[in-house]
Design a protein around this ligand. Structure first.
Ligand SMILES: [Mg+2]
Length: 231
């Protein structure tokens, strides 16, 4: 069946995101090293993020709260409030940075929007994602926006139901095998994987757990129109 609806992930598919987390995490590591030189700061922060995921969900605000909690815990609550203030400032900076589109995104979306319905399907913090989309200048190209607390087979099925989408005519495009490929194929749709330069550990999937068909991988979003034609 021809592709009628194309779903796009936002973070690291349309605009840069993970590299910003990496930069901030590097600054966090440097700051905490001054207080606790021997601590494995990255490992503790990663554990904290996972433990907090079910409480705060995804996004920059959750990441900021996890940095604060890690800083307080690793220093035995001796970190000065002025350093906590610095960490809060990093969170605000991340939330206010301009949305930086990946190469080829705008041209490709404009091209595809003429023959397909485009839907942005992303997870994370509602306010942050809506604000990023508004700053991206791409808002008008999307017929709809779905911000999900988690991307799994059930939540994709919910999107199909709400929007009257036939999964056989749906393709999801994204950088995460775990969020954008595996659950979509399981829900009867197809997927195009476009890897980003950095992958958050949480989004990785072992090769043997990947579906054998129903998805393919391209290197750049500019290849997408041709690929969709061939499907
Ligand atoms: Mg993504």
């Amino acid at each position: 069946m021809a592709v009628r609806v194309v779903g796009f992930d936002g973070d690291d598919t349309l605009w840069h995101s993970e590299t910003r987390f990496h930069v901030t995490q590097g600054e966090f590591r440097d700051l905490l090293k001054r207080h606790v030189p021997d601590a494995d700061i990255d490992a503790r922060l990663a554990e904290m993020e996972m433990a907090n995921l079910s409480i705060y969900g995804y996004g920059v605000k959750s990441f900021t709260l996890s940095m604060l909690e890690t800083a307080i815990e690793l220093t035995g609550a001796r970190i000065p409030a002025s350093d906590l203030e610095v960490i809060l400032g990093w969170g605000k900076r991340m939330l206010m940075q301009p949305t930086e589109l990946l190469p080829g995104v705008e041209e490709t979306l404009r091209l595809l929007a003429t023959g397909h319905d485009l839907v942005l399907i992303t997870k994370g913090d509602l306010f942050d994602q809506e604000s990023k989309l508004a700053r991206s200048g791409l808002g008008d190209l999307f017929l709809g926006v779905e911000i999900l607390s988690e991307k799994n087979t059930d939540t994709y099925r919910g999107v199909f139901r709400r929007r009257g989408i036939d999964p056989a005519g749906f393709v999801m495009v994204g950088n995460s095998l775990r969020s954008d490929v595996v659950p979509v194929v399981a829900a009867g749709g197809r997927a195009v994987h476009i890897p980003y330069e950095v992958t958050w550990e949480h989004e990785r999937v072992p090769e043997d757990q990947l579906p054998t068909d129903g998805w393919l991988r391209i290197e750049r979003i500019a290849e997408l129109p041709e690929v969709l034609e061939s499907l």
